[in-house]
Each structure stands twice: as C-alpha cells, then as structure tokens.
Write a protein that binds this ligand. Structure first.
Ligand SMILES: O=C1C[C@@](O)(C(=O)O)C[C@@H](O)[C@@H]1O
Length: 243
C-alpha cells in the first residue's frame, strides 16, 4: 500500500513517524517545524491534545508532502479526550473535509455506529483508516492477542495497529510473536509496539517482525518508550544492512 510516496509494506525498513503534540496554534507550529527538519517519513497529529477548534493546523497541514495521520486518542486508551460520540465524529469529519489528512486513526473499541459512519466517510474521500487498540497497562497472552488482532482486521480498516504495555521481557516477545504470526492470517499492513522502556526493542525491529511504522520523538514523546528520531533512524539504517 502506498500513501503519497510512502510505501507501507513489510519488505523494507519501517517508516518513521513523529506525533505532533501541542495544545495551541503557536506550539503546533513550533512542533511542526521541528518535524520538518527531521528525517522522517510520516507525521501524526495527536489532535486530542489541542485546545482550539483545529481549523488552522489543518489548513497548514495541506502543505505537507508527507502522509499525515490524524488521531484523536481518547482517555479510554491513554489520550487526552474524554470520548463523546458527536464531538468525536464532528472532529474526524472536519479533518477529512479539510483535505489535509491522508489517514485517520480510529479506535476499534469505540462506538460501533460512529466508527462505521467515519469509515465510509473516509473511504468516500480517499482517506485511509488505521484501526487501533491501546492497552497502557498490560499485554494480552498470545491467544487473546491473536483474537484481538483478527478482530481489528475484520473491522475493515486499511491498516491495523496494536500498542500494549509489557510487564516483563516475555511480554515484549509475545508482542513480537503476535506481529510475526498475524501477518500470515490477515491482509492489511500491521503496526505494533510494546511501550515503555522494556518495550523499546520492539520499536527498532519492525523490519524483522513486519511492523510497517514506528513512532519516534523529536522534542516531546507521545507515548512512553519512544526513541529519539536521530537514534531511531540510525539504528533502523544500521539494522537494515543485516536484514
Ligand atoms: O498509537 C500510537 C502509538 C503510540 O502510542 C506509541 O506507543 O508510539 C504513539 C501515539 O501517538 C500513536 O497514536
């Protein structure tokens, strides 16, 4: 799958993405300029942090040559937004209508009707959908994890994403095994990560495990365990020579 000029396949180095985390217009602009100076492939706007109506950042993002992911992460899954169906739908529709957004991240566990409407609205407008699930407390065991990933896939998005918190190194191995195995049974590209310090290794091994995108930080991380973009790109390039 290609979005703008970026390929989301498992045969190459994972794409590097930085999330813009900002509460105000000025802060957004500062963070966005930082991402422009960084060697990255994709940007995500974590709109759940933003306090305004979002129209100005969206108008700026139209100038982006890199794929733009638009995300409202709810409090239910470790973000800033208390879920409220109407507002959630209105903000996603605004982002899709703006023409600035290539991908939206929809949480699989939210309201079924809102998701169904937004998925078809995105499709009509040529916007791809990431179906995501986050657990900031734990990692499912292998069987439950496979069931979960299959459910995310069956939800019909274009890309499947799973972010979980390890409680041990064994949990990180479980996440990596899940990534390897799920690709045999689902057709969409997969993005996975084990969060926190213990999970850092999972953010570096995408080319090996088959996770097509990895999140790094420039000045502020959007989740625990993110590696700086400088370290991330160097490490991915070094590993690529041996994979
Ligand atoms: O879902 C994800 C992954 C993430 O939580 C991470 O662990 O890097 C960072 C978030 O910004 C993004 O929306």
């Amino acid at each position: 799958m290609k979005i703008k000029n970026v390929s989301f396949d498992t045969k190459s180095r994972p794409n590097v993405c930085v999330a813009i985390v900002a509460t105000t217009e000025a802060m957004f602009n500062q963070r966005w300029q930082e991402t422009r100076r960084a060697d990255i492939d994709v940007i995500e706007w974590r709109a759940d942090y933003y306090t305004g109506d979002g129209a100005t950042p969206l108008s700026w993002l139209k100038a982006e040559s890199r794929p733009v992911i638009y995300t409202i992460r709810t409090k239910e899954e470790g973000g800033e937004w208390p879920y409220q169906k109407d507002q959630y739908m209105a903000r996603y529709k605004q982002a899709i209508d703006s023409g600035a957004v290539d991908v939206i991240d929809l949480e699989w566990a939210r309201d079924g009707e809102a998701k169904t409407i937004l998925k078809s609205y995105a499709k009509e407008h040529g916007v791809k959908v990431i179906t995501s699930y986050h657990d900031f407390n734990a990692t499912p065991d292998f069987k439950a994890g496979m069931k979960l990933l299959q459910a995310l896939s069956e939800d019909g998005g274009d890309i499947v994403k799973l972010a979980v918190m390890p409680e041990s190194k064994q949990d990180v191995l479980t996440l990596l095994s899940l990534t390897l195995e799920v690709k045999k049974v689902i057709s969409q590209p997969v993005i996975t990560m084990s969060m926190g310090q213990e999970g850092v290794i999972s953010r570096l091994l995408g080319e090996w495990s088959g996770s097509v995108l990895t999140f790094g930080s420039v000045s502020q991380a959007s989740a625990p365990g993110q590696v700086t973009v400088t370290d991330l790109t160097h490490t991915l390039k070094d590993l690529h020579r041996y994979f």
